[in-house]
Design a protein around this ligand. Structure first.
Ligand code: 5GP
Length: 177
């Protein structure tokens, strides 16, 4: 089925399961090349990045750690980006090679607000991997070190991303019709 209904909206398929996985394998290979012997710590941002983080980590054939954190920032179809707090960041990041794992970077506000908290802990390095990026929506420019797909400025769901709680379990990524 290529058009689906979630709550009151229709979404059409945008990226297939195969396309997503193929790109994730490429990202994993690129990251593995850059971090061989460095034992990076991946910090995956919940909820949206859980599927991406899982697949990326699965295909990463180097020694690495992962933890999951939650930021309070987003409701409905508009990203507020006002990061209030992070939950679950117990690791001491001092001198660590840190890679943030995001599902999507839209305006950039969420990471813009959150990154200083990590920088404060003086990691050895800090990079960002995001599955999706909406270049046209940028309000807070960030250095995105690894990007899965640049996408148009349209609302998307699936593969971990939701619309008001639903759609996260879709294997594909859908965009608003
Ligand atoms: P930013 O702060 O970069 O504007 O937005 C980041 C957060 O907004 C993402 O982590 C995600 O939770 C939410 N977001 C932004 N665009 C979309 C979208 O197209 N679909 C969904 N489901 N969430 C989005």
């Amino acid at each position: 089925m290529s058009v689906i209904k979630v709550h009151d909206k229709s979404f059409e398929i945008y990226l297939s399961e195969e396309t997503i996985l193929l790109r994730i394998k490429e990202l994993a290979a690129e990251i593995a090349k850059d971090y061989t012997g460095k034992r990076p710590l991946f910090i995956a941002i919940l909820n949206g990045s859980f599927m991406f983080a899982s697949d990326l980590f699965k295909y990463l054939n180097i020694e690495a750690e992962i933890c999951f954190i939650k930021l309070a920032s987003y409701k409905g179809m508009k990203s507020s980006g006002n990061v209030v707090t992070s939950i679950g960041l117990d690791d001491d990041l001092f001198d660590k090679e840190v890679v943030i794992v995001e599902d999507i970077v839209d305006t950039g506000k969420t990471l813009h607000n959150f990154l200083p908290k990590l920088v404060h802990q003086q990691p050895k390095s800090l990079k960002i991997v995001t599955l999706l990026h909406k270049p046209e929506a940028t309000e807070y420019p960030l250095q995105l070190d690894y990007v899965g797909f640049d996408i148009p400025n349209k609302f998307v769901i699936g593969y971990g991303l939701d619309y008001d709680g639903l759609g996260r379990n879709l294997k594909e990524i859908y965009q608003l019709v």
